[in-house]
Each structure stands twice: as structure tokens, then as C-alpha cells.
Design a protein around this ligand. Structure first.
Ligand code: AHR
Length: 497
């Protein structure tokens, strides 16, 4: 039986904020060092120390915003250790992540240079857990003040005359956990205090982001919103998809069972309920939805690859991850009235990465390809869509087999993304396009799929999973009939005729 989809091509229900396609980079494992920063003397081709291959691959994704320096690392990071001549920068222990020595060679100047290369907005996470108000305030002054001041002068001494534009600033990270183990009442008071000194200098207007809840901690959301909603522009939410029952049995990134395939996708879909319920609490204090919900850490979290440093969180990335990315991005689209940004964790070599590296080698993961295929939705108008999906049943449970999202861009092009969550059965879909201006549509498509459920790219076979042209559809007037391959992500492009 067909999955029936109705798309109102003339009815939009909001704009998909392009920041939903944001990324996250932390001083963790091989994300920054090797993944991004190799240093000017490296044999790996680089520009001012930053890998050229990685910059080119990320530019292709039109990445809108990049979060840094953590994560848990942020609340132990003291920014002044990461400025000035690199040889004399302080070395510290990265206590959270593997106990390795952090030489601070990648600091504020290097990060903001990376953002300039990527043409994306920087999103800086400030240190509330172990940093002072003065330290946070001076960081903002250092980066954004144009005139004469101690921090602006110091920036000039370090070679940067003009201030940078820094729009997004997080006041703490996971302050309910690694960022200080605080109660929401205490954090809310600290937030009010710290954010006071996060100043706007000149033209630079900072979007202040409060630390929001872990997963379904609705009390945290309630208290922080109640106490501080008038002093924030956004509040964060963190939710990771783990297939296993708990953090000590997360499950492997490859070689997993059918049960784990199913539970991963089922748990990814939980994001919808989390956003709905947090947003309902936010509505109480912010009915006009001025405040954004920023899902600044999301993605799959599996057991680390055997033989790798457990503190480095390095995991492979399969077609299962591609489906997690596809359905999660659809959920963010559906909540575009509230979700203003999201940052998948993490961009390179850590958790659900879009890029993996091994020395000078680099590969693009299945998740990368979803971000590439879906970039057409960035900044587009979300079209109202209804679906009657068949079930994907497993044991005595079921989830919808098909997930869909559709948008129309400024040129009037319509893009429909479709995920078939079932790794065994194809899905017949019938798409009824209502409200088309012309007589019909010209349709083209791209598909990402695989023949085994843990298909992934390796440094020997970097293109085992990659998008291909998709032709398994027919168009009859305003109806598209398509057959989605098992475990697939498909994007259709429609041009009105
Ligand atoms: O992304 C890895 C870690 O997960 C981050 O450092 C932290 O914020 C979260 O717990």
C-alpha cells in the first residue's frame, strides 16, 4: 500500500532558518587538532594552519554557523591561554577528553579565521563553570570592540586590527552537568549576572544563548525561562540518540543488530516530543516565540571504535546515521517557528561527524551527504504537508516508515526530502501536489541508499555510500508516484512548468 503525502505548494508555515544546518567543533579528540588545525608547517596542504581539504568540503555544505570551543571543554577554557605567539601559549590538560595535553595553538584568532574562510557565523560558548564574569566580558571586548580599550589594544598587539563580528554567544554549556553541576535556580541567577556583561559594541549585536536543559529535564526549562526569559535571545537543548538502554551500553556504530537499527531511529524521532514539550513551556513565558530554541548538540552517540582512545569519541558513520540526520532535520523544519538553530555534534572525527580524517586522508560520511542534499532547504519556506505513512513494525512496536518535508525557495523551486526508515522494505509513495501555479512539474531526484544496514565509507573505499541520481518515479499531472529504496534518503526537485 502506498504512503500518501499531500503537499500544499502554495501554503507555507514558516521559514526554515538556515542555522538549523549548523555544526559544532570542540577541543575533543581529533576534531580541532588534525581535523581542522594542522599548523602552518604541516605537509598536509593548509592555509595558515587550517586544512584546505576540510575547508573545501565544509564550504560545499554552505555551513551557516559553527559552535566552539565546547561542549564540556568550554567551561574549562580560558581564552587568554589561546592568544599571542603560539610557542609561548600555555599548555593545559584536557581533563574531560582523554587527559591529553592541549597546547592552545587553536584559539580565538584561529577559530575566527576559520569562520571567515567558511563564510559562516561564529558561535562562541563562554565559560561560566570555571571562568569569571570579567573573563567572559573581556573576551567579548577583545573580539568585538573597535575603539581604544585594554582588550581591543591587546587584540591589535596580536595582529588583528579590526574587530570581528560575533553574533552568537552562549553563556555556559551543560551547566546542569559538566559545566558546574548547578541547580536551575542557581544557574538562572548566574546567567542573569554573566549576561549583563556580555556587551554590544558598535554595530556588533550579540544574540545571547542561555544554557537549556538536558533531554527531557522540563523543570530546568521551566525554572530558567521563568527567571531569565527577559534577558536571553535563545535557550539551548541537548539530546543525543543512543541505541542502547543506557550510557554504558550505547551500542556499536557498525555491525549492529536489527533491534539497534530500529531503536536508533525510534529514539531519533523522540526529538519531536522533546521540542514540542519544551516549546510549550517556553510559550508560557514567551508566547510570541521571540526566544529561539537552539538544539546546539544533537546526533548519534555510539561506543567508540575499538582500539581508539575512549576519551576521543571517535565513531564510524553509516547509512543509519544518514537516516537519523534526515528525520531529525525534518523535525527541526516542522518546528521552525521555535527552532532557530541546531548544531550537529560534531563536525569532524567526533560522534556523528560529516567528515573523518586519518592523517592526510579525508572522507565524507553518509551524514555529510544528507547535509549536502538537504542544503536546498536552507532559508526556504516550509510547505504545509500531510502524510499517511505505512508502519515500520519491529517486534511488537512500530514507527512511521516514511518521513517527509517540503520547502519552496526564493526562485520558486520546490524540494521534497523523503526518508524510508525501513532497512528491508521499499516504500511506495504517492505525492499529491496541491496549488501548483502551472500545469505540471519537471522533477529530478537524488538518492542516498545502501544494500547493507551498516554501509559506510572507509579510507580504502571512501565512496561506498554516496548520492546517485534517482529515477524511480513517474509524474502524472500534479501527482508523483515514487518507490523509495529501503533505508534511503531522497530529495526531489520540482520546477513548475
Ligand atoms: O559532544 C560531546 C559532549 O557531549 C559535549 O562536550 C558536552 O556538551 C556533551 O555532554
Amino acid at each position: 500500500m502506498a504512503n500518501r503525502i499531500t503537499i500544499n505548494t502554495d501554503l507555507t508555515s514558516g521559514t526554515i532558518n538556515r542555522n538549523i544546518y549548523g555544526h559544532f567543533s570542540e577541543h575533543l579528540g581529533r576534531c580541532i587538532y588534525e581535523g581542522i588545525w594542522v599548523g602552518e608547517d604541516s605537509p598536509i596542504p593548509n592555509t595558515n594552519g587550517i586544512r584546505n581539504d576540510v575547508v573545501a568540503a565544509l564550504k560545499q555544505l554552505n555551513i551557516p554557523v559553527l559552535r566552539w570551543p565546547g561542549g564540556c571543554f568550554a567551561d574549562e577554557y580560558h581564552w587568554k591561554d589561546g592568544i599571542g605567539p603560539r610557542e609561548s601559549r600555555k599548555r593545559m590538560i584536557n581533563t574531560h577528553w582523554g587527559g591529553v595535553v592541549e597546547n592552545n595553538h587553536f584559539g580565538t584568532h584561529e577559530f575566527l579565521m576559520l569562520c571567515e574562510m567558511l563564510e559562516c557565523e561564529p558561535y562562541i560558548s563562554g565559560n561560566v563553570g570555571s571562568g569569571t564574569v570579567q573573563e567572559m566580558s573581556e573576551w567579548v571586548e577583545y573580539m568585538t570592540f573597535e575603539g581604544v580599550s585594554p582588550m581591543a589594544d591587546l587584540r591589535r598587539e596580536n595582529g588583528r586590527e579590526e574587530p570581528w563580528n560575533v553574533k552568537y554567544f552562549g553563556v555556559g554549556n551543560e551547566n546542569w552537568g559538566c559545566g558546574g553541576n548547578m541547580r536551575p535556580e542557581y544557574y538562572a541567577d548566574l546567567y542573569r549576572r554573566y549576561q549583563t556583561y556580555v556587551r554590544n559594541y558598535g554595530e556588533n549585536k550579540i544574540h545571547k544563548i542561555a544554557c537549556g536543559p538536558n533531554v527531557d529535564d522540563y523543570r530546568w526549562m521551566e525554572v530558567v525561562m521563568r527567571e531569565a526569559h527577559g534577558m536571553m535571545d535563545s535557550i539551548s537543548l541537548h539530546y543525543y540518540t543512543i541505541p542502547g538502554a543506557n550510557w554504558s551500553e550505547k551500542g556499536a556504530a557498525t555491525g549492529f543488530s536489527e533491534d539497534e537499527w530500529y531503536s536508533t531511529l525510534k529514539k531519533a524521532l523522540w526529538m519531536d516530543e522533546l521540542i514540542t514539550r519544551h516549546s510549550t513551556i517556553m510559550d508560557k513565558y514567551d508566547p510570541s516565540k521571540r526566544i529561539g530554541l537552539i538544539v546546539d548538540e544533537w546526533g548519534t552517540w555510539f561506543d567508540v571504535e575499538p582500539g581508539t582512545n575512549p576519551g576521543f569519541l571517535y565513531q564510524q558513520n553509516t547509512i543509519r546515521d544518514a537516516l537519523v540526520a534526515g528525520v531529525t532535520l525534518h523535525i527541526f523544519h516542522d518546528h521552525c517557528d521555535r527552532v532557530q538553530m541546531a548544531n550537529i555534534a560534531q563536525v569532524i572525527n567526533v560522534l556523528q561527524s560529516v567528515i573523518l580524517t586519518e592523517g592526510e586522508k579525508m572522507l565524507l560520511t553518509p551524514t555529510y551527504h544528507v547535509f549536502d542534499m538537504y542544503k536546498v532547504h536552507q532559508g526556504a519556506d516550509l510547505l504545509t504537508t500531510a502524510i499517511e505513512s505505512q508502519d515500520y513494525a519491529h517486534n511488537n512496536e512500530k514507527i512511521p516508515q516514511v518521513s517527509v518535508s517540503a520547502s519552496k525557495n526564493a526562485e520558486g523551486r520546490i524540494h521534497i526530502s523523503l526518508c524510508n526508515l525501513d532497512n528491508d522494505a521499499a516504500a511506495d509513495v504517492e505525492i499529491d501536489l496541491r496549488g501548483l501555479a502551472g500545469l505540471g512539474v519537471a522533477v529530478s531526484g537524488t538518492e542516498l541508499t545502501a544494500s547493507i544496514k551498516d554501509a559506510h565509507n572507509t579510507f580504502d573505499q571512501p565512496e561506498a555510500v554516496k548520492p546517485t541520481a534517482y529515477h524511480a518515479f513517474t509524474v502524472n499531472g500534479s501527482t508523483i508516484s515514487a518507490k523509495l529504496s529501503p533505508m534511503s534518503v531522497t530529495v526531489l526537485e520540482l520546477i513548475s512548468e
